[in-house]
Design a protein around this ligand. Structure first.
Ligand code: PMP
Length: 393
């Protein structure tokens, strides 16, 4: 018997064509990708260290600075999903043993608390049930008590459908010598957020929501204050891949004349992200925010006309990109979702983490955000409500 003989047969799928059916992605992400962005991602690959690639990365940096409304030099896109940016922020800013304060009102705070705990931070939490929000006074009290180096807040809580107020929180954090980290994965481009004016120290988002790029890249930016903390630490960050000393060089942000190989970035993902940032810039942030609000209000009215109850009562706290509705009485939520997928080719989703079994989530983001899609989502729901009522035992 030769050591080199192949014993595992070729898998049967190699004889089948790839199947990736068209779906209306009206969940909390990913959302459908417009042709211009798909085409950009389908361009021939160039090297990750070619000068043209560095030009494209510089464009992405400018695009993120516009989308975030920041002049931070330390602005880049992570090679990876939203979680990569989340871990990058925590790993670089916090040293083991330091205190962090995490606002938990859905799954994203839970995740951040878990990541911070894994890296050896002292984790303090401020907790509300999904859909709840924190007053600036509550946040200030907790900052005074725990003296954290970092405070985490989710702007668009996609597991609850809440958009959290941000005004004043950055100033409160700075008063207590604390940095403000904000997650805008589900809200960027859909709800107003101004990184510099709102004194946010670290802000990140994802490619696959209102930006309508494929999943797999995640814009992030660090203020001067954040840079001062992360570049004057005593210990090295636990992750080599996510070390900002290396990443800032890869993105040409460290002022060094040469970029040195660190890792191979997702070239196609960066092409697509560049185009999606270009579309947002062409559209204009204010137009994009206004458009999301108008379509969301039309959608909310339609839901109420169907007799459905919106999970977030206060209109001003509803996330325009991801709407949450209470599960209607007399229905099994999994059955509703399966029916709508099967008969309408539309993806809606249930809750996530602490909101599982509490609500349904419907996302209309960026390219997907228009009244025609909202009407289609409403018609699918109306049909499902007719067909899926549970018989009383
Ligand atoms: N934060 C929020 C608010 C999100 O909605 C998501 C994605 N659902 C994430 C973080 C995580 O992003 P990803 O799945 O791209 O890692």
């Amino acid at each position: 018997r030769g050591m080199s003989s192949v014993t595992i047969p070729p898998p049967a799928f190699c004889h089948r064509p790839l199947e990736a059916p068209f779906r209306y992605l009206f969940g909390p992400g990913p959302s459908n990708v417009p042709p211009r962005v798909l085409a950009a991602g389908g361009r021939p690959i160039i090297g990750h260290m070619h000068s043209e690639m560095f030009g494209i990365m510089n464009d992405i940096k400018k695009g993120i600075q516009y989308a975030f409304q920041t002049s931070n030099n330390m602005t880049l896109a992570m090679s990876g999903s939203g979680h990569t940016a989340m871990e990058c922020a925590l790993f670089n800013i916090v040293e083991p043993g330091e205190s962090v304060l995490v606002a938990i009102n859905g799954i994203w705070g839970e995740r951040v608390a878990e990541i911070a705990e894994r890296m050896g931070a002292k984790v303090h939490t401020l907790v509300k049930t999904p859909g709840g929000h924190f007053t600036n006074a509550e946040i200030e009290q907790a900052l005074a008590k725990h003296k954290p180096v970092l405070f985490f807040l989710t702007h668009g809580e996609s597991s609850a459908g809440l958009v959290h107020p941000v005004d004043g929180i950055g100033d409160i954090c700075h008063k207590y010598n604390c940095l403000l980290l904000v997650d805008s994965v589900a809200s960027l481009g859909a709800a107003p957020l101004l990184m510099d004016q709102q004194n946010i120290d670290i802000l990140y988002t994802g490619s696959q929501k209102a930006l309508n790029a494929p999943p797999g890249t995640a814009p992030i930016s660090f203020s001067e204050r954040a840079c001062h903390k992360m570049f004057n630490r005593k210990t090295k960050p636990v992750s080599y891949l996510l070390d900002m000393t290396n990443l800032s060089n890869y993105w040409g942000n460290d002022g060094k004349p040469e970029r040195i190989y660190h890792h191979t970035g997702p070239v196609s993902g960066f092409f697509a992200l560049r185009e999606s940032l270009a579309i947002l810039a062409e559209t204009g942030l204010e137009n994009s925010w206004k458009h999301h609000t108008e379509v969301a209000e039309y959608f909310w009215k339609g839901l109420e006309d169907l007799g459905l109850k919106l999970f977030i009562k206060d209109k001003d706290l509803r996330l325009p990109s991801v709407t949450t509705i209470a599960i209607p009485e007399g229905y099994n939520w999994k059955e509703l979702l399966a029916y709508i997928m099967k008969h309408h080719r539309i993806e809606f989703t249930g809750g996530l983490g602490p909101s599982v079994g509490m609500l349904l989530r419907i996302g209309l983001m960026g390219y997907n955000c228009n009244k025609a899609n909202a009407a289609m989502a409403l018609a699918a729901l109306e049909d499902a409500l007719k067909q899926c009522r549970m018989s009383k035992a």
